[in-house]
Ligand binder design. Sequence first.
Ligand code: 4AD
Ligand code: MG
Length: 453
Amino acid sequence: MWMPRPRDGVSMTKETWIGDVRAGKYDGTEVELKGWVHRSRGSNKIRFVVLRDSTGTVQCVVKRDIVGDETFETVKDALIESSLILHGTAEPTDREHGHEIQVTNVEIVGPVNPDTPFPITESAMEQADGGETEFLLDNRHLYLRTSRMTTMLKMRSTVFGAIHSYFRDREFTEYQAPNFVAGAVEGGSTLFEVPYFGRKAYLTQSWQLYAEAAMPALERLYTIAPSFRAEKSRTRRHLTEFWHAEMEIAWGSNDDVMVHGEGVVRNIASTLLDQHSDDLESMGRDLELVARYADNPYPRMRYDEAVETLQGMGVDIEWGQDLDYSKEKVLTEDFEIPHFLTHYPRVAKPFYHRPDPEDPKYVLCHDLLAPEGYGEVIGGGERTWSEPEILDRIDEEGNDREAYEFYIDIRRYGGVPHGGFGLGVDRVCAWLTGADHIREVIPFPRDSRRVTP
Ligand code: 4AD
Ligand code: MG
């Protein structure tokens, strides 16, 4: 791995990575490793220190007769998560990791005080059993260093990369909207109000309305940004701050937008398979399922059909209700691949959705529902794009026209058919990696009870 170095002055640049040692790249040569103590055991003569860095772990063998008494004692006393620099020879071995280091010298960089040992012990992890206890959430800042979380964060990074590539490869412009806003996008009940110099402002629920403003300028745009929702209920798929990948296209119908929703999700699934098959398997994920989501087109189903199906299954649902998680869970339990649900009732969706000209009881919208009981990962559709229609829709919802003046202007000056969607990045990460809970895929999850650490 190439790393830039300063032209002059002191460099602490690391050049050797444990992942490369494990790949056998350094067998028979002298290396310098920088990292943290993952585990340590042994006797008064020999210590086996498992060293961790961002690329993995490797066993390092420290012998008293080679490193000398003083160094040996420091190593012996080095507690879990002490940081150190060591020198030694990499060599192949029959033991656990296939390669190990015969250590010649060790320097402790950041020691750990024995009065305050690293709190995340193996027994705490066993208790949590892959899930997350309050204890692990309280110590989230330290939990990030565990292999499970490190692997998850790397897959998350890959998901972000796959979204960026999808849109950039298709000449979309990345575009940013404000996070302080004056009005709701997705209904008032989940708005976070913030005091704003004697006025009220809100944290944005979606980039969409401001993206529509730039639609006549850029025509194809996208973002990945945080969105905020005051979700009171704590569920396995809701955060109060989540990462939202959104896109908007001019000259786009509901069908045109769905093409991109399917495209980006399939691109995420195939990129994860390409780059993280081993990681997915280590998390217990069935790779065949992920391959199925990457390889197949996603079928479409109208809302009415979904409601009939659910009613046929004995689920208590009335026409006109939006599908909440409990309903989506039942509906998607038997899905083999994601499905688009289209044509929701106008009464179930926010004002910006365009009524279907063929039957204005419905709107031209879609939700993408992930299988395995996971439910909604995308919401999108065609926008109400003429001035009279948008005024009607704003009034119908009892919204204040003034807060949406700029939004109405977009229709006053050369409105065109357009549309877009929002994809919950954390939800897609949780679904594709097989995480039980959305909290597992984001470094510092926020819900109604937690803003710390
Ligand atoms: O369906 P939603 O509310 O749609 C919008 O916000 C549109 N304005 C997007 C657009 O057309 N540009 O949210 C979109 C997606 C959902 O499908 C879900 O995946 C995710 O955002 N999402 C959440 N993810 C985690 N926690 C929450 N509280 C979420 N709320 C929505
Ligand atoms: Mg939705």
